[in-house]
Design a binder for this molecule. Structure first.
Ligand SMILES: [Zn+2]
Length: 169
């Protein structure tokens, strides 16, 4: 995680909640600027070759989102975990921490706006269909894995149905 450690460009900072009051517009603008800088830094460090922001596409955006997962703070249970689908597991488990869907969705919204400001012409990679599909997948999977459903919870937690729901590429 050497890429953007320390200082204010820490990519996990977009998880921060707005508790300090202040001007909401300015906070949004400064957050958008930080997010954009983080993304550009990511592109500059891209291997094997650096990428300029005007050259990036939806694939790079998806790579960036995957990269951010290492800074995530949201426990997302694997389908094989006994706590899959349980909102409040009784004990810790080894499942990974991820970026919460809501954070990613808000981030993409800010970056999409920043891209339109910074890059003139070309199609906006943050509006790419692949990115939208990915976000939808993340939302659906996290709602299952964390036991957070848009519907009211079912009577019986069904623990063994989960092996078919894996949707990784
Ligand atoms: Zn787990």
């Amino acid at each position: 995680m050497a890429l953007v450690s320390a200082e204010s460009t820490n990519p996990s900072s977009f998880n921060g909640s707005d508790s300090s009051g202040g001007n909401k517009i300015n906070r949004y603008e400064s957050q958008k600027r930080r997010d954009w800088n983080t993304f550009c830094q990511y592109l500059r460090n891209h291997r094997p070759v650096p990428i300029s922001a005007s050259m990036c596409n939806g694939t790079h955006v998806l790579e960036f989102l995957h990269y951010l997962d290492q800074f995530g703070k949201t426990k997302v249970h694997n389908p094989t975990c006994p706590f899959f689908g349980m909102p409040n597991p009784p004990s810790p488990c080894a499942c990974p921490l991820r970026q919460a869907w809501g954070s990613l969705d808000a981030l993409i919204g800010r970056l999409r706006a920043a891209y339109d400001q910074e890059i003139h012409g070309g199609s906006n990679p943050f509006g790419d269909g692949a990115v939208r599909f990915y976000l939808r997948d993340v939302r659906d999977f996290q709602s299952k894995a964390r036991g957070v459903s848009y519907h009211k919870k079912r009577k019986r937690p069904n623990r063994n149905i989960t092996t078919t729901s894996q949707s990784s590429s």
